[in-house]
Design a binder for this molecule. Sequence first.
Ligand code: 2IT
Length: 438
Amino acid sequence: MERVVKRNPGEPEFHQAVHEVLESLRPVIAKHPEYVTSGVLERIVEPERQVIFRVPWVNDAGEMVVNRGFRVQFNSAIGPYKGGLRFHPSVYLGIIKFLGFEQIFKNSLTGLPMGGGKGGSDFDPRGKSEGEIMRFCQSFMTELYRHIGPDTDVPAGDIGVGGREIGYLFGQYKRIVNAFEGVLTGKGISWGGSLARPEATGYGTAYFAEEMLASRGESFEGKTVTISGYGNVGTYLIEKVNQLGGKVVTIADEYGYVYDPDGIKDEKLNFLMDLWTVYRRPAQDYAREFGLQWVEGRSPWEVPCDIAVPTATQNELSLADAQRLVSNGCICVAEGANMPCTADAVNYFLEKSVLFGPAKAVNAGGVAVSGLEMSQNSMRFAWTFAEVDERLKGIMKDIYRKSSEAAKEYGLGENLVAGANIAGFIKVADAMMAQGVV
Ligand code: 2IT
């Protein structure tokens, strides 16, 4: 860990992600010192390749703008690099490295043959026109295309990158390489996308939380749920929670939160579906539209709930938030976003025996259906919505089982954080050992 901090200065999110995994691996290393002697640990924290590039484009005012693009190809031991692209002003190398590192273990947990990678840009899609977004995506792909391919590296969406952006990126890739191939996932249905990919992360999060709740004889029925982000994960999570008899009463952004005590449903959910994903608009617009309470400058985790699902971004739920949730009677926390809880918040939930689902297990449904999209592309075939949804459900149940079994096997009780890290790690580590010093 000391070496990681020294070799990767100024990247606290990357240090946080590595620290959590290495801590979880203590009992594994004690039993299997070969993971250290073979250098697997030292290699797994070093990306196989990192690309940083210039993304120049022209805005609607005719001005030239320069953004920075990234692709970190972290680990290819069990399959081609796979992971999303994030367009957000907070993006720098440390964010992409933390996400790429997490993706290695998440993808391993899905049981599908995918390595770990991540990319993105500090481009801010908020307030940009369609034309600006298209030109940015085209410029981004004009460099990225040479580093990716259906058997090399398959990007997808993340914050700020949805179906529209994947379309522009795919169109530019196809134009440059003159081949129609499954180089991106999250594509549109008529051009190689998979049914249920848009729903997958939100639905998968609900399926995983159902498994956690069932372990204590509980379910979503009659439960109050608080969430934060209302993008791809949050909106489809709300849809599934409603189907399962629960009620989601908050959405939030960096400026505050909306409290909707009757639950987000029907025409309100229809409105919310496009609010971020299409229009990139603030959460307060939802409160204004339906005459609801807007709570400025505060966090949704102060609202009493049974289940809390952070669905926005890294480190959005602090120790103080965790204490508030527990004192208000929250029994289950599932990380819908990537690393949304600070390290001390996670430890507090574990101490208090709150059902806690870590991101790499909870939100793996998105990349799992990306893996299914790759399979369908390879077969030149498409499954029905029900077929994909059934497979997704099976994968989420399997991730829960693997994580809780690994926790038990290493004497860690119900600790799914450690269980997911261990189960994800072992598959990748064994593949790395089998392939020699590469
Ligand atoms: O964090 C994630 O797992 C994603 N943004 C989805 C990655 C993917 O390749 O579908």
